[in-house]
Design a protein around this ligand. Structure first.
Ligand SMILES: [Fe+2]
Length: 268
C-alpha cells in the first residue's frame, strides 16, 4: 500500500513597511522606496519563486496617498497570488482598505493551505503607537472561537512585546495584555507576525512563535535606546506553513541593492 502524498507546505511571503510615496523619486533617509521594494520583489522571484500568499503588515505608504497604495498593488501582481494588507502608523487606514479592496486584499480572515490568517488593524489615527480597538479584539476572539481546528497566524503592525529598543518601546502596541489574553484562550494560534520595527525578531511565548521582519526599505538599529538606523539591505520574511501547524521561516535580504543611507537622521 502506498502512503498518500504529504500535503505541501503553504509558502507565505511577508513584505512590510515599504513606505511608498506618490512621487516616484520619493526617498526615506536617502533610500528610494520604490527601488528598494523592486529589489526585494526581484530577490524573492529569483531565489524563492512565487509564494502562495503575501502578508503586507503596514506602513505600505509613507504619505498615505492613493498613488502609493495603487503602486503597491500593481507591483504585487508580479506574484500572481492572494495578498492581505493591514495599516501601519504611516497609513490612512480607511484609504488603505478602500484601495486594498480593489486588489481583493482587504480580507480580515483568510483560510488557505490548512491555515487561517487573522489581519488586525492596530493603527490609531495621527499616532505612532498602536492600539487594538475593542471591535478588533472581539473579531479576533470570535473568529478563533469559530475556527478552533485550523492553526492560526495573527498579523498586526505594531509590536506586542518589548523588543529591547528604548525608543520603540514608546511606540509599540499599548494594550498588548488584552491581545495576549485573547490569544491565550485559543491554543490553535501558532504565530504572531508584525512589522513596524524594521528589524528581525524571533521569540517564543507560551508555544506561540513571535516574528518581526526587516522593512523593504530602511532598517532600524537593533537594541538602540534612541532612534538609529543601520545600513542593512532591504529584506523580507519567507514562511513555510505545514497543515500540522509546524512552520519553517527565515529572513532574507536583497543583498545586491545599492543605496546610500543617511545615518545621521534623528527620525523618519
Ligand atoms: Fe515603518
Amino acid at each position: 500500500m502506498t502512503k498518500p502524498p504529504t500535503a505541501r507546505a503553504l509558502r507565505v511571503l511577508q513584505l512590510t513597511d515599504p513606505h511608498l510615496m506618490a512621487d516616484a523619486e520619493g526617498a526615506l533617509l536617502g533610500v528610494n522606496t520604490r527601488a528598494s521594494l523592486a529589489a526585494v520583489i526581484d530577490e524573492v522571484l529569483s531565489h524563492q519563486g512565487r509564494p502562495d500568499l503575501i502578508l503586507a503588515t503596514g506602513d505600505l505608504a509613507q504619505d498615505a496617498s492613493t498613488e502609493a497604495y495603487r503602486y503597491f498593488g500593481e507591483q504585487l501582481k508580479a506574484f500572481g497570488c492572494p495578498t492581505l494588507w493591514i495599516a501601519g502608523n504611516h497609513d490612512h487606514a480607511g484609504l488603505l482598505r478602500s484601495i486594498a479592496s480593489e486588489f481583493n486584499a482587504d480580507t480580515k480572515h483568510h483560510i488557505q493551505g490548512g491555515w487561517q490568517f487573522l489581519m488586525l488593524d492596530s493603527s490609531v489615527p495621527d499616532k505612532v503607537f498602536g492600539e487594538l480597538a475593542a471591535q478588533e479584539l472581539v473579531f479576533l476572539d470570535e473568529t478563533l472561537a469559530r475556527n478552533p481546528d485550523l492553526p492560526a497566524m495573527v498579523c498586526l503592525h505594531h509590536h506586542p512585546v518589548d523588543i529591547g529598543s528604548g525608543w520603540m518601546e514608546e511606540i509599540g502596541l499599548r494594550n498588548r495584555e488584552a491581545l495576549w489574553q485573547v490569544i491565550d484562550r485559543h491554543p490553535q494560534v501558532r504565530v504572531v507576525l508584525w512589522g513596524h520595527v524594521h528589524q528581525e525578531v524571533e521569540r517564543q511565548r507560551r508555544g506561540v512563535q513571535l516574528l518581526a521582519t526587516p522593512s523593504t526599505c530602511i532598517q532600524f538599529a537593533t537594541g538602540s535606546a534612541d532612534f538609529a538606523v543601520e545600513p542593512l539591505a532591504p529584506g523580507y520574511r519567507w514562511l513555510e506553513l505545514h497543515p500540522s501547524g509546524a512552520i519553517a521561516t527565515q529572513v532574507c535580504r536583497a543583498g545586491s541593492f545599492r543605496f546610500e543611507l543617511d545615518e545621521n537622521s534623528s527620525g523618519y
